[in-house]
Ligand binder design. Structure first.
Ligand code: MN
Length: 322
């Protein structure tokens, strides 16, 4: 029997964001666009059937990228985030053993984002927030968001930073679809996390937790060089610890979209097995591929149990059995 799987980066959308979703799907090949399009707004029927058939016990749901972060009108963003959170909370209430969820937050209005995080966690029972990267070029290291980090730390919930397109094209990627999920998103999102480190967010809020997908968005591979060149460049701010300390203490990573043994082993070695969580990235990836990889990859059974469900149960406060 396959080990219990809690998948923690599992996307949905709803009618208010249909235009944004269609724009994302237009960049995919037709077969993948159809696969995603059939599944992304289905929150129960097809989703649960595929979870049953393909070996996913629990999905932790989140609003797909760019979601609220792609909205230009702040009041509309605040209202849409509330609507998304109410919708997903109702799904979790109907299926409490199969779904949990992260809140969407409108960073366009930082005070509203704090209030919505508190409402989502305390009133709706959501497990933290997932923010789709920068909001119109504004990153979460800015002092305007320190109240958000303070609230997340006080509530004891993580903030998942999910990739999105960079605010402007990365010059070396122009001409190919490299800005996106294949490559640029990892650099963009890993850089976002490093901005938090260098801004001293984790000196100020030492118990805050960031979640990063895609086996850590290049960070586990890069810590020695980050520390080495932190000393080398005079312009670096003076932190209480070298950058690697914060990645190891304030970041947890997920396996979303990376069914590959070598990067998993790197993440386990660098982060520790208690800071790596299973994720599929449904419906942009297939459940069955991630399940087969995680069941078969050559790691210890103790580590497999941590990654597949025990870390999610501990970090997200999820029930340990159904
Ligand atoms: Mn994703």
């Amino acid at each position: 029997m396959s080990i219990r799987k809690i998948a923690v980066e599992e996307a949905f959308t709803f009618d208010r964001l249909a235009d944004s979703q269609h724009a994302m799907e237009a960049a995919m090949n037709p077969a993948w666009a159809a696969y995603v399009g059939e599944r992304i707004a289905d929150l129960v029927d097809l989703r649960l059937r595929e979870m049953d058939d393909e070996g996913i016990d629990v999905q932790v749901l989140s609003l797909t990228s760019p979601g609220i972060q792609g909205m230009t009108d702040a009041a509309d963003a605040v209202a849409t985030a509330r609507e998304a959170n109410d919708l997903v909370a109702a799904v979790v209430r109907d299926h409490p053993t199969r779904f949990a969820a992260f809140a969407a937050l409108a960073c366009q209005d930082p005070a509203a984002a704090v209030a919505e995080l508190e409402r989502a966690v305390c009133d709706l029972g959501l497990r933290g927030a997932l923010i789709n990267g920068h909001t119109m070029g504004s990153y979460l290291d800015e002092p305007a968001y320190w109240d958000l980090w303070e609230a997340a730390e006080a509530l004891g919930v993580p903030i998942y930073i999910h990739p999105t397109d960079p605010p402007a094209p990365i010059a070396s990627c122009v001409g190919y679809p490299l800005d996106r999920a294949a490559w640029g998103w990892a650099f963009e999102t890993g850089s976002h996390a490093l901005r938090l480190v260098l801004a001293g967010v984790f000196d100020r809020f030492p118990d805050a937790t960031v979640m990063l997908g895609h086996m850590g968005e290049l960070l586990p591979y890069s810590l020695a060089r980050l520390d080495d060149r932190y000393d080398f460049y005079e312009a670096n701010p003076k932190l209480e610890h070298p950058p690697s300390h914060y990645v190891k203490h304030n970041v947890v990573v997920t396996t979303s979209g990376v069914n590959d043994a070598a990067p998993l082993q790197c993440a386990l070695d660098v982060m520790g097995a208690d800071r790596v969580l299973f994720a599929v990235d449904y419906p942009y990836q297939r459940n069955a591929d991630a399940v087969a990889f995680m069941d078969e990859v050559d790691i210890s059974d103790a580590d497999r149990a941590l990654v597949c469900h025990e870390n999610a149960e501990r970090i997200l406060g999820l029930p340990t059995e159904t």
